[in-house]
Design a protein around this ligand. Structure first.
Ligand SMILES: Nc1ncnc2c1ncn2[C@@H]1O[C@H](COP(=O)(O)OP(=O)(O)OP(=O)(O)O)[C@@H](O)[C@H]1O
Length: 358
């Protein structure tokens, strides 16, 4: 499945002028409040008609303003998941799910229903009414309903925003399974760096209605200089590793990276042998020229300096290469000078364990 999209739309004083291309996997539309994420999603969904635009999904033109093509929303075959699950309160979970398949062009085979129920872990809930479910359970049902409408693409608008941290942690592993097992593009709107880092294959970062940066989470979060202070705190490296061992007593997992291993607090559902992504915020990395001792930080990784980039007047960003991985650190230019940091110099990246996310 492929998706090619571009649009231009004037909304009052706001102009949306953006586009992106993707295939299967999660494309995150990321940006601050008011950057245009929802407006973009609405154009894709067919909920609003842009002044100019083109949307092609797997070769089929669903929108082309020049050619006067506008396929209405109910014929686009997209599944939607909103912030608030929007389940029908008077229907059981099973009937809510079946409602999705009712609108599918073909009848949903029984096996598909079972597969979706299994994927989202909602079998025990089938006879419940929505009001008896937790927020996370409701969202899982809402995702199931969207999947059972046999969509060719899923559009998710901040599906976790209304949930508390515990519910978010509960549902994230299901979203990861969805990403890994469902062969369709997923467009995922979020303003959470942690969520995007964990789920997205590609990030389209919007700013004032335009694409400000696009690429892998590492490309986009690995050191853009135009983050707000909140985003700046979360900027850093995103590394992929394998969960090697899990210490259930302390709820810590050891993740094998390309050369070294690091220990991270265990996220809700890390399984040994599975691939996980680890986000190391650059603010939580210190640089040492000798291996420090007697520190509370558990992760001290040996590497070499791959780059030193100025970042603002008094700061520098250091890229530390550790085998095939790169960890970022943002330190003052004065510290870099004092430590005589230079390209290819061997250093130790001191990572505060609490800063890692599974
Ligand atoms: N129909 C409209 N008429 C006028 N302005 C609009 C309209 N729709 C959206 N806007 C403006 O477009 C801008 C982008 O809004 P949008 O909801 O797309 O942002 P967002 O990134 O999704 O924000 P949030 O994260 O807060 O949901 C805002 O300034 C909004 O006020």
């Amino acid at each position: 499945m492929t998706l090619v999209f571009e649009t231009r739309q004037v909304l009052g004083r706001f102009t949306l002028n953006a586009g992106f291309a993707s295939d299967n996997g999660v494309t995150a539309l990321f940006g601050r409040s008011g950057s245009g994420k929802t407006s973009l999603l609405r154009v894709i969904a067919g909920l609003s008609r842009p002044d100019e635009g083109r949307l092609v999904v797997d070769g089929e033109v669903l929108l082309d303003t020049r050619e006067r093509i506008f396929v209405p929303k109910n014929r686009r075959r997209f599944g939607y998941v909103f912030q608030d699950g929007r389940l029908f309160p008077h229907l059981s979970v099973r009937r809510n799910l079946n409602y999705g398949s009712w609108f599918a062009q073909k009848a949903t085979p029984r096996s598909n229903f079972d597969r979706v129920v299994d994927l989202l872990g909602i079998e025990a809930l089938l006879d419940c009414r929505p009001e008896t479910l937790s927020g996370g359970e409701k969202q899982r049902v809402a995702i199931g309903r969207a999947l059972l409408s046999s969509p060719r693409m899923l559009l998710m608008d901040e599906p976790l925003a209304a949930l508390d941290d515990e519910r978010k942690a509960e549902i994230l592993p299901y979203l990861e399974r969805l990403r890994d097992e469902v062969a369709m593009p997923i467009v995922y709107v979020s303003h959470s760096v942690a969520e995007v880092v964990r789920l997205a294959d590609r990030v389209v970062m919007l700013k004032d209605g335009q694409v400000h940066a696009a690429g892998t989470p590492d490309d986009v979060f690995g050191g853009s200089s135009s983050f707000s202070s909140g985003e700046r705190r979360d900027a850093g490296a995103v590394l992929t590793g394998i969960a090697e061992t899990i210490d259930f007593r302390h709820r810590m997992a050891t993740i094998r990276l390309s050369k070294a291993s690091i220990v991270v607090p265990m996220a809700a559902a890390i399984t040994e042998g599975h691939t996980v992504r680890v986000h190391i915020p650059e603010r939580d990395v210190m640089v040492a020229t000798q291996r420090p001792e007697g520190l509370s930080a558990q992760n001290i990784l040996e590497g070499v300096i791959a780059a030193i980039e100025p970042d603002g007047e008094s700061m520098v960003r250091i890229r530390i290469r550790i085998g095939g991985d790169v960890v970022l650190a943002r330190i003052t230019a004065v510290s870099a000078e004092r430590l005589a940091l230079a390209l290819e110099k061997p250093v130790f990246a001191v990572i505060k364990t609490a800063a890692l996310e599974g």
